[in-house]
Design a binder for this molecule. Sequence first.
Ligand SMILES: [Zn+2]
Length: 150
Amino acid sequence: MLTRKEFLFTALGFLLGAAKKKNPFIITVNGTIPANQLGTTLIHEHFLVDFIGANKISFDRWNREEVIHKVLPYLLEVKALGVKSIFDCTPAYLGRDVQLLMMLAEKSGVQLITNTGYYGAVKNKYLPAWAFKESPKQIAARWIEEYKRD
Ligand SMILES: [Zn+2]
């Protein structure tokens, strides 16, 4: 398995490689945009986090309309201050909800970017069972499928 440091250097290498390409792009929850359209960006935020644990989490634990009611004013406030894009770094099994992010992006006009990966803290409480059984290659394949599907 990759160490955190190895992963970060790999990701940094990927980003630097992408930046050298002719038409670098960013995949937001509502579609692809040219990288130069990101504008002022908040690079690590969390709109919703649920610490119940990977074995109990589900999308019916929160009401999307209630979350939107709570979060949208803050989104509009930072937008008014010039923020154009926000990375929501909530991982799967900790409350990442791409549908919710799509709704927030649409209602606010702020470009939202989500991520993949897992959060391995608190004695691995937030890791799905297969994270302990599968190879890094198998887990990477899951994440690539997420990217294609979501
Ligand atoms: Zn964070």
